[in-house]
Design a protein around this ligand. Sequence first.
Ligand code: HMG
Ligand code: MG
Length: 316
Amino acid sequence: MTGVRFPAAVRLVEVGPRDGLQNETGFVPTAVKARWIGMLVDAGLREIEATSFVAPARVPQLADAEALMALLPVTPGVRYAALVPNEQGLERARHAGLETVAVFTAASESFTRHNIGCGIDESLARFVPVVRESHRRGLRVRAYVSTVIGCPYEGPVRPERVREVCARLLELSVDEISLGDTIGVGTPASTLALLRAVGDIVALNRLAVHFHDTYGTALANICTALDHGVTTVDCATGGLGGCPYAPGARGNVATEDVVYLLEGSGVRTGVDLPRLLEAVDFIAAVLGHAPRSRTAQVPRGRLWWPPGGTPSPTGD
Ligand code: HMG
Ligand code: MG
């Protein structure tokens, strides 16, 4: 008995190619990104946020969005998402064949202005035609609310404020809301307060959690969210990630740590950990820095996989 009520299965949304690469200093060649995403698909990930259709001058690392989309493997059951801030972004995304449009705002005014150059009200007004047109074309719409626990410019954010922004997103009929702890300051207590405030207006099956891991609390926060009834978790291979407009933000919770935690607790993720680690090692070599997760630091021949099983005899 863990004491935590876990669901039978969890839907993982891999955001490494977008949230991860937007925070790297160098540009990863398009073909290399596509190869990495192919490895993530081979490892069993089924929802992958591949890139962003934002202003290329603001996030040059993802300026190749159209070219990347054209190279992505087409696999039954695999859905690609991308950030889309406005109608201009939707036009680009649509032509590129995107399936899930991710609009993004925040619960704090200052972060929104730094990130997308307008306030919360205006951001929501920009989403109206984006959501309408996306739905008209049969695309799914995910909406991020950033700074749900703390803002790098304003400090702590009240759960009621997040709830108000969520309510307005629901009026736009978005399909799903992902709650972003952008600077990774959440704890189980603040996560619970947040979910209690938001959970009675947003159905739990339409909520996702998106934890950056600045203080090492992301896995504990995820356990709290799952115990509360959430079943969708955002994560990034290798613990990559961070927002260029959120000073102090660290990487996302690492996909491999989440997979180990969940599969080791009897929760299905559909992900094969050894294959995922091949993707982790691949992108770490490309980026020239070691993965930040605990699981990636385990010597491959000593991997405790299947969880609780005998370490694999192969590898180093
Ligand atoms: P803007 O700079 O405020 O102003 O853009 P603009 O609308 O006047 O546009 C400026 C220029 O960008 C113009 O070009 C536009 O045409 C062009 P110019 O006339 O100078 O040649 N432009 C575009 N080009 C291509 N595609 C577009 C597009 N839109 C405008 N879609 C905008 C507003 C939102 C576009 C801009 O501020 C922007 O791109 N910001 C980047 C935001 C971003 O990507 N942030 C990081 C991701 S958010 C995140 O990480 C948080 C999350 O992970 C959750 C969490 O952790 O909390 C999701
Ligand atoms: Mg993020």
